[in-house]
Design a protein around this ligand. Sequence first.
Ligand code: FO1
Length: 323
Amino acid sequence: MIALCGGVGGAKLAFGLARAVAPQDLTIVVNTGDDFEHLGLSVSPDIDTVLYTLSGLSDRERGWGRTGETWGFMSALRQLGGEDWFNLGDRDLAMHVERSWRLRAGESLSQVTARTARTLGIGTAIVPMSDAPVRTVVETAQGPLSFQRYFVEARAEPRARAIRFEGAEAARPSPAFAAALDRRDVAAVVVCPSNPYLSVDPILAVPGVRDRLAALGAPVVAVSPIIAGQALKGPAAKLMAELGAEPGVLAVARHYRGLATGLVIDQADAGDAAALRAMGVTPHVTGTIMHSDEDRTRLAQETLRFAADLSAPPRAVAAHGGP
Ligand code: FO1
């Protein structure tokens, strides 16, 4: 199983998948387009969100960063007149320091991430989409903004005109992602409920990834991050509108056309099921909001069953209704 994952919403489903699937059968591929260098440190927000979520260290309210966080570093930085638009908690800071010196010493992002996952007791493979730097840039009405400047500093307020992934053309899938793409026994590809434009597209922009996912011959199912025209968190719906699509599950299905043949949608969007079928996308309607760990596991299990049904040959229909 291969899961494509961004930050907060994606990490919740990744947590459920890690509970539902044996570690050797799951590779969680994480967006690194949000990564950046800040205050001399290498910050990988989506990788950290997945690491913290799967190890039980995440702050469930914020969705990013660690639980029980303190902010002494930030207040001291502010006192010194330092850049304080991006919040690095005291505990979270250890992650960035540890990653930064290891990268500088020559380890790859894959190696650093695998080591940290092991140390935090995570058995499932969490792998960056690529070890080469890919940087998401949002073209806005105010000019180009690097991802975190757009998302955090400008609160995703500037109107987006286009999104590009600098470095993607020269990037290659990370070794563990490439190995997963080479397996012949991948049961399904799950596109987690992450922002399609900002979190999943960077993964798909790595050359060869789209074709190799399709060549697996496995069902590809996406879980919609949009419920009743709104994103639970983040600017997905606003971006959709700005980029010319009417926010909703139909736009999600259209976005993943040629990739996903199944879409898990919330009960609130059951009314769009027929239109999805007419587009050639099989819908699965269920509750998609994940409050508890049980919600995450249940949605993961349902998504996997749905994928298995999609790949199964159609059941023979009895010619005469009963036995
Ligand atoms: N998001 C914010 O809205 N404000 C922040 O100050 C912030 C700091 C931060 C630090 C470390 C980290 O791993 C994530 C952080 N995030 C912050 C979240 C991050 O910008 C986004 O969640 C992702 O990049 C989008 O998936």
